[in-house]
Write a protein of this length. Structure first.
Length: 241
């Protein structure tokens, strides 16, 4: 497996291989129970429909992702960047990440697949999606998803923390540093240490870092009444620039 960074999104390039959907055909990837048990009820359904979101559908690395129109139906999706429509695969591949698979049709990587990842949580039945660090907790136990190659972390109720990796559909874990603290009257979970750490603030049973919460507030990933309405918003933004 080859991996590279692409404007904060992990791009996985694979020649072959796929995940089997779980839950009676739902777009949920294979996960060990230690992760799968955290997957929010109704996550697949919450993602269905039309959205405006940020995504780089080009194979060229950019400094920032552009707004695109996104339409999700079952395990398939399509996205429109203002000029071209792209078919995508859709999958919940961890308790707090969804991936959109795009076939690479040109260049030296032709035949591979790029993967556009979004972190997400479900609040009162509503999808909150963005880039950053986000997750959920049950008391002091928690699961957190971050941008990065080892992007899923779990903490058990005794404080033992693990960082999870998925290579060719095989999950593995190793010990990680995590710590609960309090800040301005709120519980805070720090995952990792040093410059690669992520600080998430608790909002009830949800956990979000500043980047994720800021994108949610700004509507970086927003529900739209229809795919046509999403495409119109993308086209209007392109004209304004």
């Amino acid at each position: 497996m080859r991996r590279m960074w692409k404007c904060g999104l992990v791009v996985v390039l694979v020649a072959c291989g796929s995940k089997d959907g779980g839950g009676g055909g739902a777009a949920v990837g294979n996960m060990p129970s230690e992760l799968g048990d955290w997957t929010p009820k109704g996550a697949v359904e919450a993602w269905q429909g039309s959205w405006t979101t940020r995504m780089n559908l080009s194979d060229t690395i950019r400094l920032s992702e552009s707004m695109v129109a996104l339409d999700i139906k079952g395990e398939g999706a399509k996205a429109f960047d203002g000029k071209t429509e792209f078919p995508l695969g859709f999958e919940i591949d961890s308790p707090c990440t969804a991936s959109f698979k795009q076939a690479i049709t040109e260049g030296s990587l032709k035949g591979g697949t790029s993967s556009h990842t979004k972190q997400f949580v479900i609040k009162d039945g509503k999808l909150l999606a963005a880039e950053g660090a986000a997750g959920m907790r049950k008391g002091k136990a928690a699961v957190v998803c971050t941008i990065g190659m080892d992007a899923v972390h779990t903490v058990d109720d005794k404080g033992a923390c693990k960082k999870w990796s998925n290579t060719f559909d095989r999950w593995s874990s190793k010990d990680q540093k995590c710590a609960w603290t309090s800040e301005n009257g709120k519980d805070v979970l720090t995952v990792g240490d040093g410059s690669w750490s992520h600080k998430l603030i608790a909002d009830g049973d949800l956990l979000m870092n500043e980047q994720f919460a800021g994108q949610v507030k700004s509507g970086a990933h927003a529900k739209v009444a229809s795919y046509d309405a999403a495409k119109q918003a993308v086209t209007a933004q392109m004209k304004s620039k």
